[in-house]
Structure formats: structure tokens, C-alpha cells
Design a protein. Structure first.
Length: 316
């Protein structure tokens, strides 16, 4: 597996054109890319990640000219959202174009579309000349990758290359919204683009998908344990309770994550929690053999629905 620099982006494009897998940086997390129109390359993504066959992929475009290749019956609301947020960390579910291999969407007749604003992601899609299907570049169930080293950790020997773009601006995955789920748009996964921002642009209320909703699972990815290190993660919302917990004797190697706003006393190793650091710290807990990850969420953290969503999925 090659570690490519920004200057070697042509090599990355050649590999993708030859139906190989290449991981690339986006403004959220690293993606594991393949040509969207190559069913065999897409199959390689599922195999490399050990991804359940019922979990669909996001397709990345560099311009709206590519939209008609992958989606059909595009509603006006798409253009309102694209105007406001593209390129950027928003993924929109539409009807899939019949010529897109069904495996991209895990057999569903819908398709997730995103236009990343990272210059290397944009340049790569342009050079390949077609949209790239790309889930987050991590083994299924592991924290997303926010450094090329994380991609190496998970995929050494299994994929052709990773393009080094340093650490992403945002650090957690895009907001996902469905425009085909029913009467109202539905927020499938929170991200830094908030429900309120979307409602303001659409001038209407949107629904929020809950995994406990009955019936067909509309966003299959949300039913799996995610973003999870080997050690159990315990969430605390009371500083007193956390300090009491830390003061009980335990032979366990403990990691504590908390925002830099708080000071915590106790016997553990302390690290700064933020959207930018979360995944790297969860990976560190695996590498360094921590046996418990204790996360303190203060009132500010609790208001951050994207961060809370990832923490809850990691503890499930
Ligand atoms: O920020 C991101 O979105 C990153 C970067 C690489 O773009 N990608 C990412 O992909 O997070 P992934 O595969 O880890 O998460 C995609 C999520 C999953 O929860 C999946 O179930 C959902 O989007 N999804 C994809 N296609 C869908 C569809 N057609 N209908 C409903 N949900 C879909
Ligand atoms: Mg993922």
C-alpha cells in the first residue's frame, strides 16, 4: 500500500481507473474510494472493510454536472440544500439512477450523494472523471480514520494507496439527510451541519430518524455498533460521579476524555475531547491497551448532537 503525496494525485487517479481502492482525505474523515460504475471495485470496498452487505455507500461528486449520472427524479429541495451547503459536509439521499450498480446502495433504489469541499478530494474525482463511492476509510465497526496512519493501521496490504492530506478540518462524518424517506425530509445522521440550519434553508420542519423507529431500516449503517475501540466506553454527565468512579480502586488502565473546559481529579490518563480528537483518541486507546474509556460530557458537549451521536454509537 502506497502513501501518496498531493503531488502524486495522478497516480491515485490511475489506480482508481484500474478499479483499485484508494483512500483519500475529505474535510470530515478519510474515505475509501472506488469508481462508482465498477461493481467489482465496489465489491472490493465491502471485502476490505468487512462491511455488512446491507450497508450502502456514499457517492462523492466534484460538480453538479455529475448528479444526473447517479441520481434520478431530483426534487427542488435538493437544489436548495446544494445551494446552501455544497461543497461541504452534507450527504443527501435521492433516488438512484438505474445505471449505478445496485451494490453501491446495498440493493436499495436510493443513493447517498455528497460533494466534499476538500481540494484533494475534489481534484481526485475530477481526474478520475467519474463519481467515487467512498465509505469512511476504517474497518467496519472501528473509529473513522482522521490520519493516513489510521488508514494504514486498518488496511495495510489490503488497498492500493492512501493520499496524505494530514488531519481533516472537521473530524466527524457528514450530516446525512434523506429526501426520499416520506412526506418530510428526514435527518438520518447528525453532523456539523445542524437540523436547524437545514430547516432554515428549506423553510420547513424536518423529521429525525430514530433507530427505534418501527418498520424498514432506512439508514442501515445506524443499526451497527460503530466508532468503537476494544475497551468499553462509559459516558458521564456528572463530574462528581466521574470523580467518585475514579477514586474507587481499580487495576484497570483508564483513559479519561473531557473537554479542555473541565478539570478532573483522579487516577487515570487525561486527554482533550473534541470532534477533532475523538477518533484518534479511541484508536490510541486500542494501541496503548487502555481497558476503560471514561468520557465526560459537560453541558456544551451535550448540546453537540453530532458528538453525542457518535459517543452513543460507540458505547452501544
Ligand atoms: O463524511 C462522510 O460522510 C464520510 C466521508 C468519507 O465522506 N463518509 C462516511 O461514509 O461516513 P460511511 O459509509 O461511513 O457512512 C455512510 C452512512 C451510513 O450510515 C449509511 O448507512 C448511510 O450513510 N447511507 C448511505 N447510503 C444510504 C442510502 N441510500 N440510504 C440511507 N442511508 C444511506
Ligand atoms: Mg463509517
Amino acid at each position: 500500500m502506497k502513501l501518496l503525496t498531493a503531488e502524486q494525485i495522478d497516480q491515485a487517479a490511475q489506480l482508481l481507473k484500474a478499479d483499485e481502492l484508494v483512500a483519500f482525505p475529505t474535510e470530515t474523515v478519510y474515505g475509501l474510494g472506488a469508481r462508482v460504475f465498477s461493481a467489482s471495485a465496489i465489491q472490493k470496498i465491502f471485502t476490505a472493510k468487512n462491511r455488512p452487505a446491507d450497508n450502502p455507500l456514499i457517492v462523492h461528486i466534484s460538480s453538479l454536472d455529475q448528479l444526473h449520472l447517479i441520481a434520478a427524479e431530483i426534487p427542488d429541495q435538493f437544489y436548495q440544500l446544494a445551494d446552501a451547503f455544497f461543497p461541504g459536509p452534507l450527504t443527501i439521499i435521492l433516488k438512484r439512477h438505474p445505471l449505478v450498480p445496485a451494490i453501491v446502495s446495498a440493493g436499495m433504489d436510493t443513493i447517498a450523494v455528497r460533494m466534499p469541499n476538500h481540494p484533494l478530494a475534489q481534484a481526485l474525482i475530477k481526474r478520475v472523471g467519474e463519481p467515487l463511492a467512498a465509505p469512511s476509510a476504517n474497518l467496519s465497526g472501528k473509529p473513522s480514520a482522521t490520519l493516513p496512519q489510521h488508514v494504514l493501521e486498518d488496511f495495510k496490504g489490503k488497498i492500493a494507496a492512501v493520499i496524505d492530506g494530514g488531519s481533516p478540518e472537521i473530524g466527524i462524518e457528514s450530516t446525512v439527510i434523506s429526501l426520499v424517506s416520506g412526506d418530510k425530509p428526514q435527518l438520518m445522521r447528525p453532523g456539523i451541519i445542524t437540523k436547524q440550519q437545514i430547516e432554515q434553508v428549506l423553510g420547513a420542519e424536518i423529521d429525525v430518524y430514530r433507530s427505534s423507529d418501527k418498520g424498514k431500516i432506512a439508514s442501515p449503517g445506524m443499526k451497527y455498533r460503530h466508532y468503537a475501540p476494544r475497551a468499553p466506553i462509559l459516558l458521564f454527565q456528572s463530574l462528581k460521579e466521574l470523580e467518585a468512579y475514579l477514586n474507587t480502586a481499580s487495576p484497570k488502565k483508564r483513559m479519561v476524555l473531557a473537554s479542555e473546559r473541565v478539570i478532573i481529579r483522579g487516577n487515570a490518563s487525561f486527554f482533550t475531547l473534541s470532534m477533532h480528537t475523538l477518533y484518534a483518541l479511541l484508536r490510541l486507546s486500542d494501541r496503548e491497551g487502555y481497558e476503560e474509556v471514561l468520557v465526560f460530557c459537560d453541558i456544551e458537549d451535550q448540546k453537540n448532537s453530532a458528538l453525542m451521536n457518535r459517543l452513543q454509537h460507540a458505547t452501544k
